[in-house]
Design a protein around this ligand. Sequence first.
Ligand code: 1YM
Length: 696
Amino acid sequence: MAPKQEKSSAKKSSYGADQIQVLEGLEPVRKRPGMYIGSTGPDGLHHLIWEIFDNSRDEAMNGYANRVEVVLLPDGYVRVIDNGRGIPTDIHPKTKVSALETIMCTLHAGGKFGGEGYNVSGGLHGVGASVVNALSIHTKVEVHRDGGLFMQEYKQGIKKSAVKQVGKSKFNGTIVTFKPDAEIFKEGTEFEISRVISHLRQQAYLVRGLTIHVIDAREYAGKGDFSGEKYLTDLSLEQPSQTFYFEGGLKSLVKHYNEFSKPVHKNIFYVDKSAENVGVEIALQYIDDFPTKIAAYANNIPTIEGGTHVTGFKTSLTRLINAYARKNGVLKEKDENLTGDDVLEGLTVVISVKLREIQFEGQTKAKLGSMEAQSAVSTVFSDAFTLFMEENPDDAKEIISKGLLALRARKAAKAAKDSVLRKGALEGFSLPGKLADCQSNDPADSELFIVEGDSAGGTAKMGRDRVTQAILPLRGKILNVERARLDRMLGSEQIKNLVLAMGAAIGDTFNIEKCRYHKLIIATDADVDGAHIRTLLLTFFYRYYRPIIDAGYVYIAQPPLYKIAFNKENHYAYSDVEKQAILKKLGFDEKDTESTEESTEPADEAQEGDTAEEAEEKVVKKSNKKPQIQRYKGLGEMNSDELWETTMDPKTRTLKLVSVHEAGDADRTFEMLMGSEVGPRKSFIQTYAKQANLDI
Ligand code: 1YM
């Protein structure tokens, strides 16, 4: 395709060949490719595309191009096209060769972009087109510029001939077509389209208004050779292709990140301004969840380890939110400030800075070191975010409530730790009186049943295998207090007993090696209180004993929901479906059953013509009347044999292993239950009241 000229190419070319610094040849690149592209594996291979693409993208960021196409061609070729000014082709005064040739055939020649705009070139090692050229078996550059079409080809970085004008052109732009050298990329030269797409999609977010077209034309072999322009002029739209264009830039990216979460405020904050010659673009929105997502870029390079721009942002955010909360009386004089961590909870933010001179810390370029980025981010963000909060008071209110919730949770956790760790609280390490311990000293064999209520505790004590099973009853009442907070619970005798029984301490002194049981089994009733206590215990484990969950020590007991007594035998059902199945097996329907009394209605008479089984079934029905179904609401309703048989006997019971994921859900549920919103709590209790029996 001859690049079409679109609206953005209005600025005048600013480049003159005399601006290029001339440096060494390309042998070092072929000798030690890893030094220039990181590796010669798939990462390095794909890096070649990013390098060429980066030049087009820089041209777009400087305002001269607004369209880039990346095409995977048959035979391992890649083509990158932009509608920028075209790489200059005039003769360099010192070297007496074309600027294009200098850029393609010498090392470190691509970096000087003059004083105008940003020098945002900077792939992994800031090397540019010459490295790609050196590592390709064949490269061809076509430049549409100054009314002409110029061309040069290379083999392993060495030119085949001088830059030639091969025709006229009414367009401006650059086309680079290259085929990675299989001699260098020994692991293979096959590009992965999904990887290309995901990288370029990301880039499209970072350069607002840039259209990136990705085409996989690899299957399209046979029509014309690679040097023809047919692929693009005639055929590109028949190929599987994707186009990325994000009008909103980083705002669109935040929206994309938060797609499946519930935002706590409606408007996404967005700013794009410069200060101290640093371009700063930031978009953010809070979601109703805990994790913080910070995506930071410097000159479009992901800075995974953060750096000065992230520091500048975090400091300002904390300061601004506290200032706003105080100004509006949400935080009173005596209240303590929200911390950095408080204001980060649930935050999705993308920070992108553009600098002329960029400094990274360490070798990987994963952390920005440029100090001017810190103050620039601080300046730009402070002004814009203050304005945002003033203009969007509803959003501001939600953001601050979110921070306050985090602060409360943090204080609760600290209070809890202090109270449990209070000097002496765990001293002497005597086991709690409530605990009916097991005889075994081997944690791997030992189980702790955490049972709701003294009465169920008593039954469990009688039913258990005392060699391996310990019972700790938790008094329901205390834990049942609907609105009690975790800190108070931890101050409670009940939870302290649990901590002592487990033997692994808590907080800084926690040591999983000391855990006295490798199975901690939560056994609560199948009702709303039970669900509540289970949520609380899971939250407790999630917040204070995550490694114990990770180790797979935490379980939920699965007591049966129904006892079906029939013909002097007991059957247990753990779900409604199972109840139906058992009844069916016994030859009954739900309507034939009784929940309490025995039926007096006559059963069918056996008739002649019945099969043997039918006759037998009817006899059974006749002689034993209807099955009785008992619904268990609590563990205390079972006798010790029943409890052993159904819930505790390792040979017959089922236990549900608790995953971190599940405990995390409990933690969120807990927050919801303890939070100030009444609505969700009410609906939780209503749902649970209905579901509790199905759920266990
Ligand atoms: C498909 C790859 O390389 N496009 C591209 C590169 C350059 C220019 C335009 C450009 C830059 C400038 C002036 C300038 C480059 N120029 C240089 C150098 N696409 C692709 N498009 N005129 C044109 O920055 O002043 C290096 S890259 F060094 F010659 F200026």
